[in-house]
Design a protein around this ligand. Structure first.
Ligand code: M6R
Length: 609
């Protein structure tokens, strides 16, 4: 949420800063700004709108500076306009700051600073940071930053430049990620790797409480209270190709098409056919705890929460362990009853979602073992869990999550196979599941080869409808929720996901000849019941778009449109049924002329409460 980039080094800072902002724009895109340290002042430019607007605004200026910071914003406090855009400065324009996070006590701090004579320009919480540093500055910038940090309550990742220390940038984090890339004679600090990897693959992840003083050839890190720390330099293997669109119109489409590959990566080396079991080395020290758990609590937000629901159904039916699924934002403020023997699993693509992270910490505070299912390697959640499983989906840039969801479901399929085998399934049953899992990437590829034309036709037919209903049962109820979320997020069409049989308890009142209803009606254990639900819709003239199992020619009789997916085991169907719903949402949004990768009001990772 919000993108931060800072540069210090031998080259002109403008290019790495603007390039970095373009790469970070998926984190927030309502306004953007840049501050550059020049001979005797700080050049500042801020604009409402996309990075492109900022780029245009400075393109013809002869800017030369070796030190600068830049920001692309997702508004929390204060509307998106030029004034509220970052960087923010102190009263004398000597200190400039870009900030990510929320300063919860900013009103108190602002009152304190106003009484001291500070003049504020914006409505943001972030602006207190330069003023606090200005207030505490006494010839030692690091000391002033340290003191400012001690006054701030909330979350932050911030980077500052100051005329008083022209050879340095200073960065600090508490709850909001910052990573520093070490190049040759240059350092780049950013809120994520995307802004760094075209310059270097040597990185340092700051930890909560760290304050880094960075010059072009030296890095010094202090823990907020513990004095000098010696941060580890890590080598990352992310490539530029992985974060580029490679000819696809949008990242979301590229990521949908990558799904067969990422599933192969998720299962690679994790299936043991001989024993009919999955192998998950990341959690090997906790397998017995999981096997003997009296309850598992899955915690997540958004799409990851939907994957968690599928995980619940899988683990309960294959392993017979009771599972509950919680929203991170609810769990963190409840009084969760966690007994010895309860295991929490947090699920997050980014590994930085503030509510999920806070829930993780709350669970640990209660003494629970917390395992993670994450995509981003080295993220806060990946670091703070006791152990975890990476889904290996690669960088997901599209704000609407697709391939990460797929990787999360597959990870739950592996985990439920493992636990199922340890508790009740025979080797042969395990082998049958492995056979079905191994087919999924090819089945998905065959769908990607033949579905798009059909879905495009549907998308053209329905793009102007104002409401949609999505229905599913069992394993496919969370798929209905996810299909509806995808449509809402990127097309701004109202959509409800519902368990098919619950429809008659209320939402059926919405059905008339203008209501498209997407129903997942695959040939599973509750197929006949779903057909009855379809009849109920048809009786009220609703339009039914069904997702059915290949070979089910009967289904055509009951519905207006049908999209077939290959047959698989009941619990693996979500890996196939979600694909047409992702494509439908994508093409509807695209035909509506919307910016699919940057839907309004959203940002890729929600690092604020
Ligand atoms: O990074 P996380 O998986 O923790 O993110 C959770 C949600 O913010 C995320 O899934 C969100 O709902 C997506 N925009 C869905 O497409």
């Amino acid at each position: 949420m919000c993108g931060i980039v800072g540069y210090i080094g031998k080259n002109n800072a403008v290019k790495p800063l603007i390039d970095g902002l373009y790469r970070l724009e998926y984190r927030g895109y309502d306004s953007a700004g840049i501050a550059l340290l020049t001979q005797d002042n700080i050049f500042l430019k801020k604009v409402a709108g996309r990075v492109n607007e900022l780029d245009k605004a400075i393109r013809n200026e002869p800017l030369q500076s070796h030190i600068g910071i830049a920001h692309t914003r997702w508004a929390t406090h204060g509307v998106p306009n030029d004034i509220n855009a970052h960087p923010h400065t102190d009263c004398k324009n000597q200190i400039a700051v870009v900030h990510n996070g929320i300063i919860e006590n900013f009103r108190t701090l602002k009152q304190f600073l106003v009484k001291k004579g500070h003049k504020f320009q914006s409505e943001t919480d972030s602006e207190v940071i330069p003023h606090l540093i200005e207030e505490f500055y006494d010839g030692d910038l690091m000391a002033a930053v340290r003191k400012a940090c001690s006054y701030i309550k909330g979350t932050y990742g911030f980077v500052i430049i100051s005329l008083a220390s022209p050879g340095y940038i200073i960065a600090s984090r508490m709850g909001s990620p910052l990573v520093i890339g070490r190049g040759k004679g240059e350092y780049i600090v950013a809120s994520d790797l995307a802004a760094i990897i075209s310059y270097t693959n040597e990185v340092i992840y700051l930890k909560d409480g760290d304050i880094a003083e960075i010059s072009s050839d030296h890095l010094r890190v202090e823990g907020c209270e513990s004095g000098m720390v010696f941060p580890e330099i890590e080598k990352v293997n992310l490539t530029l190709e992985q974060i580029e669109r490679r000819g696809y119109k949008h990242f979301m489409l590229k990521e949908i098409y990558e799904q067969p590959i990422i599933l192969r990566d998720t299962i690679r080396g994790r299936l043991n056919y001989e024993d009919g079991i999955a192998r998950l080395n990341g959690i090997s020290n906790y397998i017995e705890d999981l096997r003997d758990a009296d309850r598992i609590i899955i915690i997540a937000c958004g799409t990851s929460w939907h994957a968690g629901l599928i995980g619940e159904y899988m683990i309960e039916s294959l392993a017979e362990i009771p599972v509950e699924v919680e929203y991170g934002s609810e769990f963190r403020y409840r009084r969760p009853v966690l007994k010895k023997g309860t295991i929490c699993i947090v699920v997050s693509q980014s590994g930085e979602t503030a509510d999920t992270l806070a829930a993780l910490r709350e669970a640990k505070r209660h003494g629970a073992t917390v395992l993670g299912i994450c995509n981003v390697v080295g993220s806060s959640i990946a670091r703070e869990t006791d152990a975890g499983i990476y889904i290996h989906a690669g960088p997901e840039i599209g704000v609407a999550s697709t391939k990460a969801f797929m990787g999360q479901i597959m990870t739950f399929a592996l985990l439920s196979l493992l636990l199922g085998r340890l508790r009740r399934l025979s080797v042969d049953e395990g082998r049958d599941i492995i056979n079905a899992i191994e087919k999924i990437p090819d089945q998905l590829q065959s769908l990607l080869d033949k579905l798009p034309d059909k879905i495009k036709k549907l998308a053209r037919t329905f793009k102007d409808h104002r409401n949609f209903l999505y229905l599913g049962r069992g394993y496919n109820f969370p798929v209905a929720l996810e299909g509806a979320l995808k449509l809402k997020e990127i097309s701004y069409i109202h959509a409800e996901g519902y368990p098919a049989a619950e429809m008659k308890h209320g939402p059926i009142a919405l059905i008339d000849k203008n209501m498209p209803v997407v129903v997942i009606a695959i040939k599973d254990a509750i197929y006949d019941k779903v057909i009855s639900n379809i009849e109920e819709i048809r009786a009220r003239q609703g339009i039914v778009i069904a997702v059915g199992s290949e070979g089910d020619t009967q289904l055509k009789k009951y519905v207006d449109y049908v999209i077939y997916v290959p047959e698989t085991m009941d619990h693996l169907y979500p890996l196939l049924t979600i694909l047409p719903l992702q494509l439908l949402a994508y093409y509807i949004a695209d035909y509506r002329g919307l910016d699919v990768d940057k839907p309004r009001n959203l940002a890729k990772s929600v690092t604020v409460e």
